[in-house]
Design a protein around this ligand. Structure first.
Ligand SMILES: C[S@@+](CC[C@H](N)C(=O)[O-])C[C@H]1O[C@@H](n2cnc3c(N)ncnc32)[C@H](O)[C@@H]1O
Length: 272
């Protein structure tokens, strides 16, 4: 399958913010609480997107500095507009070749990115290079293969029922390594020590069906990219199917669970 078939479409910053950015903003503070880092640290946020994790670092961790590295110009523009703290700068760059010096950060973190990088091992090697000895590399990804990201599981279940050819596009098939044991093994293989993984969960609450559906029509991210490219009739069939299938609570809201796997490890004092 070619990259264009996969519809990742990481360029529309506002559309992404409405689709997933609002939920990644829920998870980012929980990840930082789990990391429990003191004030005054220098951070790098790899794949900083529209600034969800960078913004949370500023709000909760009193950083000395944060550098957000992000390849998409559209996302960078949104992030710069949203997070204007003087301790923060955003730079265009790639996780596999960070434009930063060896050992220059106390922490290198990344939220919901590693599975999208074509060579995640290279990205982890770069994170280990850029963090100082004794510093922390930490990241989180959605629990795609375990079905822990309810928003996407519901979407792809309905999409595949109507279009079996969509099965290969679902994140559960595309990202089978987003499991704690595999992620921990990757972190250890990159040279990190004292590796820990934990689940981070949040509830995604949609007051009504339109609030769930509308972001899928905007085209930013794998599922919205697929949805936006469907012919109008097929898109309407998918909308109707989801509307019928999604459970509502007593107030009519759709409440789904979003689970991410978080991983952390320490760079040893001696370089490998
Ligand atoms: C799901 S978004 C997460 C954005 C942000 N970290 C958040 O928590 O909202 C995935 C991000 O990974 C970025 N990305 C994709 N490939 C990348 C690469 N090779 N290097 C760095 N970032 C990449 C995308 O541009 C996008 O911003």
């Amino acid at each position: 399958m070619s990259e264009s078939d996969r519809h990742d479409a990481w360029d529309a910053g506002e559309a992404y913010a409405r689709y997933m950015g609002r939920w990644s903003r829920l998870v980012a503070p929980r990840f930082l609480d789990w990391l429990d880092v003191g004030a005054g640290a220098s951070w790098v946020d790899v794949g900083s997107g529209t600034g969800a994790l960078t913004g949370a670092i500023v709000e909760r961790c009193a950083p000395r500095s944060v550098v957000g590295i992000e390849p998409s110009a559209g996302f960078l523009a949104v992030a710069r507009a949203r997070v204007s703290d003087p301790a923060v700068r955003f730079e265009q760059g790639d996780a596999r070749a960070l434009p930063l010096a060896d050992g220059s950060a106390d922490l290198v973190v990344s939220g919901l990115v590693l599975n999208f990088v074509p060579d995640p091992k290279a990205a982890l090697a770069e994170a280990v290079r850029v963090v100082r000895p004794g510093g922390t590399v930490a990241f989180y990804v959605w629990d795609y293969p375990g079905g822990g990201m309810g928003i996407m599981r519901a979407f792809w279940t309905a999409a595949i029922a109507l279009d079996p050819g969509a099965a290969d596009l679902g994140e559960d098939r595309r990202f089978p390594d987003c499991r704690p044991e595999k992620l921990a093994a990757m972190a250890e293989a990159a040279g990190l020590e004292a590796v820990r993984t934990d689940a981070i969960e949040a509830l995604t609450v949609f007051p009504d069906f339109d609030d769930y559906w509308q972001p899928f029509t905007l085209g930013a991210g794998p599922a919205p990219g697929y949805c936006a490219k469907l012919p109008a009739e097929a898109r309407e069939a998918l909308r109707a199917r989801l509307d019928a299938d999604l459970p509502r609570n007593e107030g009519g809201a759709i409440v789904l669970t979003a689970r991410a796997w978080a991983v952390r490890g320490v760079r040893g004092e001696v370089c490998r």
